[in-house]
Design a protein. Structure first.
Length: 416
């Protein structure tokens, strides 16, 4: 071969070798150095370990999109033109089609994305999907939060939902809302950990609860629905029945006491006010009908009571007892006591006379006395003692006849 041809061949070899140096070279990440923002990689054409700087998707002066590759990631490196060093050119994976197939079989979260869609996921399964239809899906492992434009729906899935104000401490229940499985501060590490609460049958307790407090931490309102547990993971019992609660609401007085409403697992209800409140008013409206049905009704009032009915009041009971320690008074334009037998007095045993029959009897007797006295006074004229007595008896009978009509009461009327 002529010398000129050899020279051209050698020059071509050197040119191709230079081009190969400038072409991307495949490598695999062996070790991650987070504090150095660097990677130890195994180069395809180099048996040793090389160190390269991490290439993030974007790095600005005050903003960035950063991704730290994990060990085993396949990358492409290329030598820079302004420095004699390799840098990451891009990332590559040969398992994409297999991963999509695994997603379709519900085995892997690597969906087939179409033009314009985006997907991000960390190795801990923190995941974001930006869909073509405007859907946004975020996950933290098994916890999901989705903004679904395609369904006009916002959906969240989690064992427990917690909303906290900036004044909510980690070691107690204050200024926060909880929905789902019950969790309470750990008894040993109250500031850092929480523990799940289980029922006696080993099921998880569930709740929908909220607590509001003042800036100083004093309670304002507490509302717990479901399985009611305090901040020490102990069940709260109904104050009267001592049964487990299904509902409890407490409204706290500004200084001392609270209004408590409790419903236990058997739906027994308790409403108690331990504050210095002076009024509880219920206004049902002028057209509302209140109907109450119960086995027993018991009411205790420490001072006075008043019932006002514009039209009428009817009380129906097999036995009705009014027990007044000092005085029992009935007032009204008309009072009607309707019963087959009426007792008056402490130990009633003497029947009362009926006024109408009494007046009739007296009229008969007084008329007979008058007739007898008139006959005697005519037969025995005074000064005969019999005639004098007869005249006196006749006068007394006339006086009695005048007053006997006052026996019937004009205010109290009874049936015979």
């Amino acid at each position: 071969m002529p010398a000129s041809d050899l020279a051209q061949t050698e020059a071509r070899r050197h040119a191709e070798a230079g081009q190969r140096i400038r072409l991307p070279v495949r490598a695999v990440v062996k070790n991650v150095l987070p504090s150095l923002e660097a990677l130890d990689v195994q180069m395809a054409l180099d048996p040793g370990i090389s160190r390269v700087r991490v290439r993030h998707p974007y790095m600005g002066a005050n903003s960035w999109i950063r991704v730290m590759p994990e060990a085993g990631t396949e990358i492409f490196t290329q030598q820079r033109g302004d420095e004699v060093m390799n840098e990451i050119f891009g990332y590559y994976s040969t398992s994409g089609a297999l991963d999509v197939a695994s997603y379709q079989q519900e085995q892997l979260l690597y969906r087939d994305i179409i033009s314009g869609e985006m997907e991000l996921m960390s190795n801990g399964r923190a995941y974001i999907y930006l869909g073509e239809s405007g859907d946004l899906e975020t996950r933290g492992g098994t916890i999901r939060h989705e903004l679904l434009q395609s369904k006009l729906e916002l959906r969240s899935i989690a064992p427990t939902y917690v909303r906290k104000l900036h004044t909510s401490p980690p070691y107690t229940l204050a200024n926060e809302e909880r929905f789902g499985v019950v969790k309470r501060p750990d008894p040993v590490f109250r500031n850092t950990f929480q523990q799940y609460v289980t029922l006696p049958n080993t099921d998880f307790a569930v709740e929908h609860s909220r607590w509001l407090n003042t800036k100083a931490g004093l309670p304002i309102i507490e509302l717990q629905e479901g399985d009611v547990y305090d901040e020490f993971s102990s069940p709260v019992l109904q104050s009267s029945t001592n049964r487990s609660l299904r509902y409890q609401k407490k409204v706290y007085h500004k200084t001392v006491g609270e209004l408590t409403h409790q419903i236990d697992e058997d739906l027994n209800i308790l409403l108690a006010n331990t504050s210095t409140a002076t009024e509880t008013k219920v206004d049902l409206g002028k057209k509302n009908v209140l109907r109450i049905t119960a086995k027993d009704v018991k009411a205790t009032f420490l001072k006075t009571g008043s019932y006002n009915y514009a039209t009428s009041l009817t009380t129906t009971s097999p036995t009705t007892k009014f027990n007044a320690s000092s005085l029992f008074t009935v007032e009204g334009p008309k009072a009607h006591l309707k019963a087959p037998l009426v007792h008056c007095g402490t130990s009633p045993s003497i029947p009362l006379a009926l006024a109408t029959q009494t007046v009739t009897t007296f009229n008969i007797l007084i008329g007979a006395i008058q007739g007898l006295s008139s006959a005697l006074s005519g037969a025995f004229a005074p000064p005969n003692p019999v005639g004098v007595a007869a005249q006196a008896a006749n006068a007394a009978a006339s006086s009695a006849l005048a007053t006997v009509q006052q026996i019937p009461s004009k205010q109290v009327i009874a049936s015979g």
